[in-house]
Design a protein around this ligand. Structure first.
Ligand code: ZN
Length: 103
């Protein structure tokens, strides 16, 4: 089970976007990489095509390694390392700061 899941709020802890907070848009589990909104923006030059008349510059998020982020605990609102916990048969994550469990 990954420490970071799609839809999580995470904080970037290394690299150019260090300190930035965003939501996880996608997870690539086999590569341990994720896409976080507004993090690692890469610029693509787009040519005009039949479906896209206006050529121009498109910005989109590139993947970053999962080790570059920490999830933000929904209870204490801090970026934290998480452990695993099982609560009533459900696999939860436990915040190492405040001890609360969350999904
Ligand atoms: Zn917490």
């Amino acid at each position: 089970m990954s420490k970071v899941r799609k839809g999580d709020r995470v904080q970037v802890v290394s690299g150019d976007d260090r300190g930035r907070i965003g939501r996880v848009l996608a997870v690539v589990p086999e590569k341990n990489r994720i896409i976080v909104e507004n993090v690692n923006m890469i610029t693509k030059h787009q040519r005009a095509t039949q479906s896209l008349r206006e050529p121009g510059i498109i910005k989109r998020e590139g993947t970053i390694h999962v080790s570059n982020v920490l999830p933000i605990c929904p209870e204490c609102d801090e970026a934290t390392r998480v452990g695993h916990a099982e609560v009533e048969g459900r696999k939860m994550r436990r915040c190492k700061r405040c001890g609360e469990t969350f999904e």
